[in-house]
Design a protein around this ligand. Structure first.
Ligand SMILES: C[S@@+](CC[C@H](N)C(=O)[O-])C[C@H]1O[C@@H](n2cnc3c(N)ncnc32)[C@H](O)[C@@H]1O
Length: 257
């Protein structure tokens, strides 16, 4: 595969503080490091589009998603933050994707509802999970989600808040509050800016490139997350920062309504 198109697009987003030459080296190293990996295939698909939406992007990459991204380990890691052995009656998975996270929730909940904006991701999830205890629905969590018949006692969202458009983060959290029972719990992951400078430059390049196509790649600092939660009916019970050493870091936020 020819990665020149991708390279030429990335190199137009040079962060302040480095030269074009340095940016070229960073990008070349990055492309070389992920050669042969599905992530590069996904990025090449994005490079071929001049304009995208999150929905269309996930529809286009649904078949490569599981091979390209390592959200799986974050799913299990997130669930270990639940300190008690309580079983939930209804769990909701916001941005359920191909159902990896939805399936994991079946271990702790009697019924699980997975919501996602992408039909192709949902189709993959339907193939993966054949259970009368799961309902998979198309919904946009940055819009007003209609109340469901029953409110959940657990809400989960892994790897999805990065796609929330600027200004819509409050709508997302209001949806969490609306869908939760009083006393209900939630675990939501966020992406924070990378601490490592090289990663931060590369992250800047990739994020700006994605945003130039109409795709959101949000980063939330710990302070922003705390401020945001303080304006909702959710109280943070634990916040765990995980350094990834690659592009960006992650934060796991446990909260109760
Ligand atoms: C990185 S994937 C994570 C999927 C799954 N939670 C996992 O851990 O494998 C992000 C998912 O969020 C979905 N998503 C992004 N924006 C959304 C929105 N506004 N409403 C609903 N789903 C959304 C995408 O379609 C995608 O399936």
């Amino acid at each position: 595969m020819d990665y020149e198109v991708l390279f030429n697009q990335l190199v137009t987003f040079i962060p302040q503080g480095i030269t074009r030459k340095e940016a070229e080296i960073l990008i070349k190293q990055f492309i070389n490091n992920i050669k042969g990996q599905p992530l590069l295939r996904v990025m090449s698909i994005i490079a071929q589009q001049s304009e995208f939406t999150v929905e269309k992007m996930y529809d286009s990459i649904a078949q490569y998603y599981e091979a390209a991204f390592s959200e799986r380990k974050h799913i299990m890691e997130s669930l270990t933050l639940i300190k008690h052995n309580k079983r939930y009656s209804l769990a909701i998975d916001l941005g359920c994707g191909t159902g990896l996270s939805t399936q994991a929730l079946l271990n702790i909940a009697d019924f699980v509802i997975g919501l996602d904006i992408s039909n192709n991701m949902l189709a993959k999830a339907r193939k993966r999970i054949d259970s009368t205890k799961v309902k998979l629905l198309k919904a946009d969590f940055t819009e007003n989600i209609p109340k469901l018949e029953e409110r959940a006692d657990f809400i989960f969202s892994v790897g999805a808040t990065r796609h929330i458009p600027e200004g819509k983060e409050f709508v997302f959290l209001e949806n969490v509050v609306k869908l939760l029972k009083p006393g209900g719990e939630s675990i939501i992951t966020f992406v924070t800016p990378a601490e490592n400078l090289g990663s931060a430059y590369l992250d800047y390049i990739i994020r700006n490139w994605m945003e130039s196509k109409g795709l959101c790649e949000r980063r939330f600092s710990v302070k922003e997350i705390k401020d945001l939660y303080s304006k909702t009916g959710l109280t943070i019970t634990e916040l765990k920062l995980k350094r990834s050493g690659f592009l960006y870091d992650k934060v796991f936020v446990c909260a109760v309504k």
